[in-house]
Design a binder for this molecule. Sequence first.
Ligand SMILES: NC(=O)c1ccc[n+]([C@@H]2O[C@H](COP(=O)([O-])OP(=O)(O)OC[C@H]3O[C@@H](n4cnc5c(N)ncnc54)[C@H](OP(=O)(O)O)[C@@H]3O)[C@@H](O)[C@H]2O)c1
Length: 227
Amino acid sequence: MIKSALVTGGSGTLGQAVIQLLHSYNFKVISVGRNKPFAVPTGCLHLVCDFLNETDLSRICTEIKQLDPIDCAVFCAGIDSRIGGIDFNPQVFQRAMQVNCIAHLLLLRALREQVRRVKPLRLVVPSSNVLDKTDPNSLVYATSKIALEEGIRCFVAEDANTMSALILRLPFLGVLMAELAESNVLIRQQAVLVGYETPQLKEAIVRIEDFLVRDVSEIDTFKIISL
Ligand SMILES: NC(=O)c1ccc[n+]([C@@H]2O[C@H](COP(=O)([O-])OP(=O)(O)OC[C@H]3O[C@@H](n4cnc5c(N)ncnc54)[C@H](OP(=O)(O)O)[C@@H]3O)[C@@H](O)[C@H]2O)c1
């Protein structure tokens, strides 16, 4: 039977690699984000959504609830921020929280409200190893990521029979994230790189593959792995 997977950040470095992986296993991909993934696989549904726009988000959540239950989700969307305590800025914080955390929790709520079959939703959440090593300039980014991790943990605790989650705390992937929230503005750091491969990115993909294609019985309900 064809499985389906919802991917956020499918136009980004990690998201594109995840979509390729899912495509190689014949998943039907539902991508959510402002831009389409670069190479849209056949049968991929792209739902246009700016996570900073509440109207967009609520429309997309309604659409998701109406789709057939989705088997997997991989939450790759995110923005970086290099702000520490001295430069702490509530507007930057709100943007990072909205994209990195709140939008994903809303999507997860919509996925949870789909009529669930016996098998659980498998969720992969790329997080960051800044949570293990406390980089002083990552106050905003790290806080938004730990809030997301904790939110996912609470969802799973409420719903262990219908959801299992893998949090992957990734190291620097060898390519900067495209967008940076700094002093009131979003800065585009670079154009999106297509087909970029580093050992760290490859390892992340292997872990995601392992989790998504293994038997449900072997999967822990909630797991955090630092790479
Ligand atoms: N790169 C690294 O070294 C690194 C290290 C550790 C952890 N991570 C984590 O890994 C994940 C993927 O990182 P990456 O390097 O692939 O990032 P990336 O290339 O910058 O991609 C980020 C994605 O987020 C989406 N996004 C940004 N703002 C959005 C918004 N307002 N609404 C909807 N989507 C939005 C972008 O899509 P659109 O522009 O199309 O909307 C893009 O596809 C992130 O969660 C990041 O925190 C990355």
